[in-house]
Design a protein around this ligand. Structure first.
Ligand code: G6Q
Length: 540
């Protein structure tokens, strides 16, 4: 492992700072054709087109130096082999390995972290057996009927990634299998799902690594109560995915229990059992293995040291160029694929929870910006909503446009000489070019300054394999950025304080419940003052 130094202590930082005074101007004219051909990076089924970024040869060379000097790929390899990277030196911290890649390191001869991969294999074998049982009727409901529906209960990392992947691949769903999600502690989230179901043919998959998450445990109890009311035994319908020896690790309460492990962070867990059980039910075991295969291919591509051959690393470095050297505080991720409707929401968590940090891995305040604000919606819908600001607003918003040459369902029609897929792709490419080149006009309101950077990620079709590769590409992008920024991308202390204060408020609501004039605890000003007395601002 290289020494972990702040980015501004590296020689490449000064070079990039100097180069950023005169970055490549995209608005001068249409980018020369050879720029499109050479600014193309390929890996694991994806093309990353970056001719429309404000970079040129010297900037790319300095970004390569930044990657080399920070040891980004060495750190990635160390991560894959099980180094304890989830830590802050000299302070109490999680002190964990980071081994989500081990969950899909199944295809080459020698896994990087053999023990973790063999645990993954054990869980996969259990899942394969369970799914086969559903198929043959060995696992069935009280009346011997097949299960048709599965409700996935989980929140944060136990919801966003799995849900984004499920929606991304709904086109590959097995006939007669439906999936539903409950995440929010808002009772209406659960009610809206449960009331429409035939519970007798429904499985409930409760997913919580810690087995202590308020929202998930509350929703599990709501679901159990609904089964009890319907005269059904939850032990014949409920599945658990949890950490070993968590409060939920109680196989007697469940039809089947699966494990995820301490060395996998929630937001990196979609390819562990956290995603596997629901995705295996919905898509079939083989399709889930295809997701793992695609992810593994991208994990391998991410080991490449030449940034021009490593899409995840290059995307990470382009992001750092835009964030730290061109001063852009946000990045919009715009999938030109309706199936990726929740993918940006997953990336929001993946990126902002990982890299929304202000101290480095030695616990010192960091003197440069770290994780950007991540946002976005699928195109073309976004074009009719917020692209105005991206084109003509006062803030420069780098964009990442994700597209596929072919659609998922084999259904498309020529209308006015082009298919809908062609219309979709034409819009994606047009946006990228329009943002780069802008438009002159004598009318100031119709002038587009251009020079707004975008990157295009393109694959043939959104399949289980490319979905796995895309997921892994962004996981690797986020950890590469964290490595270069010298931050811990694997903890999330920033979510603790709000949780702690909510627990204190709930204690107060509980006490108020004894009061005859109780109003449900809502908006009770006395609650706020009591809370203050209980210690706000808080000190650990
Ligand atoms: C993700 C976070 C967080 C976590 C949820 C759910 O990296 O750790 O979003 O996934 O809080 O946690 P449980 O799976 O433990 O219920």
């Amino acid at each position: 492992m290289p020494a972990l130094r702040n980015m501004d202590a590296l020689a490449a930082y000064e070079k990039l700072a100097a180069l950023s005074r005169h970055p490549y101007d995209l608005s001068r004219s249409a980018p020369p054709p050879d720029r499109f051909a050479s600014y193309l990076c390929r890996g694991a089924g994806f093309d990353l087109l970056y001719a429309t970024q404000r970079v040129d040869g010297p900037v790319l060379a300095a970004l390569q130096e930044l990657a080399d000097e920070s040891g980004a790929v060495d750190q990635f390899l160390a991560m894959k082999k099980g180094a304890v990277l989830n830590r802050i030196e000299g302070y109490a911290s999680e002190e964990r390995q980071v081994l989500h890649t081990a969950m899909r390191d199944l295809f080459a001869g020698h896994p990087h972290a053999p023990e973790a991969t063999s645990l993954a294999r054990e869980e996969l074998a259990k899942l394969e057996d369970f799914l086969a049982g559903l198929e043959t009727g060995r696992v069935a409901n009280e009346r011997g009927e097949a299960f048709t529906d599965l409700v996935h209960i989980g929140i944060g990392g136990s919801d966003l990634g799995p849900r984004a992947v499920y929606l991304g691949l709904a086109a590959f769903r097995r006939p007669g299998r439906n999936v539903h999600f409950i995440s929010n502690v808002d009772p209406d989230d659960a009610a809206a799902v449960i009331r429409g179901l035939d519970l007798s043919r429904t499985l409930v998959n409760v997913v919580s690594k810690s087995g202590t998450t308020l929202e998930t445990l509350t929703n599990e109890e709501l679901a159990r109560a609904a089964f009890a009311r319907a005269g059904l035994d939850p032990r014949r319908h409920f599945l658990a995915v949890t950490g070993q020896s968590s409060p939920m690790d109680n196989p007697e309460r469940y039809l089947r229990s699966f494990y995820m492990f301490g060395f996998i962070g929630g937001r990196y867990s979609a390819t562990s059992m956290v995603g596997a059980v629901m995705l295996g039910f919905a898509l079939g075991y083989e399709n889930f293995i295809e997701i793992l295969r695609g992810a593994s291919e991208m994990d391998t591509a991410a080991e490449e040291r030449d940034i021009r051959q490593n899409p995840a690393l290059l995307l990470a470095l382009l992001g750092i160029w835009n964030r730290n050297f061109l001063g852009c505080p946000t990045v919009a991720i715009l999938p030109y694929s309706q199936a990726l409707i929740r993918f940006t929401a997953h990336l929001q968590q993946l990126d902002m929870e990982s890299n929304g940090k202000s101290v480095n891995r030695q616990g010192q305040k960091i003197p440069y910006p770290t994780g950007p604000i991540v946002w976005g919606e699928p195109g073309t819908n976004g074009q009719h909503a917020f692209y105005q600001l991206i084109h003509q607003g006062t803030e420069i918003i780098p964009t990442e446009l994700i597209g596929f040459r072919y659609n998922q369902y084999q259904e498309d029609t020529l209308i006015e000489g082009t298919t809908s897929q062609e219309k979709l792709m034409a819009n994606l490419l047009a946006q990228s070019l329009a943002l780069a080149t802008g438009q002159e006009s004598d009318n100031p309101n119709r002038r587009f300054a251009g020079n707004r950077p975008s990157a295009v990620l393109m694959a043939d079709r959104l399949t289980p394999r490319t979905m796995g590769a895309l997921l892994a590409l962004y996981e690797a992008k986020v950890v590469f950025q964290g490595f270069v920024w010298n931050i811990n991308s694997f903890d999330q202390e920033g979510v603790q304080l709000g949780k702690k204060l909510a627990t204190r408020l709930l204690d107060h609501f509980g006490r108020c419940r004894q009061d005859a004039a109780y109003n449900g605890g809502m908006m009770d000003p006395a609650g706020w003052s009591l809370l203050q007395a209980a210690g706000v601002p808080a000190r650990e």
